[in-house]
Design a protein around this ligand. Structure first.
Ligand SMILES: C[S@@+](CC[C@H](N)C(=O)[O-])C[C@H]1O[C@@H](n2cnc3c(N)ncnc32)[C@H](O)[C@@H]1O
Length: 210
C-alpha cells in the first residue's frame, strides 16, 4: 500500500475529475481523492455512480462522510460533478473510470469504509455473463480497497445476477454477511427508483471480511 505521505509528496498535475482519463492518470487522481477526503470521518465509494443521484443525496444527508464516485461514461461524470458544484458539496466527487482496474488505480488499499455497487448492468444472456462486473476478480480488488472493518454493499434487480453475486462471494471466500441497515441515511438510487416503480424485487447483500 502506498502511504498517504508518499502520495502527498508525489504532488504534480492532478487531472480534472470527469475528463476521459486513463488508469495511470487515475493513480495521480488518488492524490486529489486523499486530499479532498482527509477531513472526513468516513470515505465511501459508489462504483457505477451514473449521474450521481445516490452520491449527491448521500453527501447532503451524511455531511461527515466523503463520497467518491466512479462512473464509466464521461457525460454522466460531468453532469454529476456539475451538480456537486451547484450544491456546493465539499464531500463528494466523481471520476471517470472503467472496471475494477479504475477502482484499483484511484483508491488506495485499505481506504474505504464502504463500497457501493448498485444495480450493475446484469448482462442477462449467458454468452454475456463474462461482462458482469461482480466476479471473483472484482471482489479481490474490493477486499483490498476496504478497511478491515469495511463493508461491500451489493444490490440488483436481476435474480440471476443476485444468485451469481452470492456464488462469486462464496467462491472468493472470507466474506461474512452483515445487516443491510447500517445507521447511515441511504438514499434511493436512480435505477432503484425505476425498479421500485415497476414493483420488481430487489436483491441486496452487505458483506465484510470475516
Ligand atoms: C444500471 S446503471 C446503475 C447506476 C446506479 N448505480 C444506480 O443504481 O442508479 C450502471 C452504471 O454503471 C456504469 N458502468 C457499467 N459498467 C461499468 C464499468 N465496467 N466501469 C464503470 N462504470 C460502469 C454505467 O455507465 C451505468 O451508469
Amino acid at each position: 500500500m502506498t502511504s498517504r505521505a508518499e502520495l502527498e509528496a508525489r504532488g504534480g498535475e492532478i487531472p480534472l475529475p470527469g475528463r476521459m482519463i486513463s488508469n495511470s492518470e487515475l493513480e495521480t487522481a488518488r492524490v486529489e481523492l486523499i486530499r479532498t477526503s482527509v477531513a472526513y470521518s468516513r470515505v465511501e465509494c459508489d462504483f457505477g455512480a451514473s449521474k450521481g443521484k445516490f452520491l449527491t443525496e448521500s453527501a447532503v444527508a451524511n455531511p461527515d462522510v466523503f463520497f467518491a464516485g466512479i462512473e464509466g461514461l464521461s457525460d454522466r461524470v460531468g453532469r454529476a460533478n456539475r451538480k456537486i458544484g451547484r450544491l456546493g458539496l465539499g464531500n463528494a466527487l466523481l471520476w471517470r473510470g472503467w472496471g475494477k482496474e479504475s477502482l484499483d488505480a484511484l483508491v488506495p488499499d485499505g481506504f474505504l469504509d464502504t463500497l457501493h455497487v448498485s444495480f450493475p448492468d446484469p448482462w442477462p444472456k449467458r454468452r454475456h455473463w463474462f461482462r458482469r462486473l461482480v466476479n471473483v476478480e472484482f471482489l479481490s480488488v474490493s477486499a483490498r480497497k476496504l478497511k478491515s472493518t469495511g463493508t461491500l454493499r451489493l444490490q440488483t434487480d436481476h435474480p440471476g445476477y443476485f444468485a451469481s453475486m452470492q456464488e462469486q462471494l462464496a467462491l472468493h471466500g472470507g466474506w461474512i454477511e452483515v445487516p443491510w441497515e447500517d445507521g447511515l441515511v441511504r438514499p434511493v438510487t436512480e435505477f432503484e427508483t425505476i425498479f421500485r416503480a415497476k414493483g420488481e424485487p430487489i436483491g441486496r447483500i452487505a458483506v465484510r471480511r470475516g
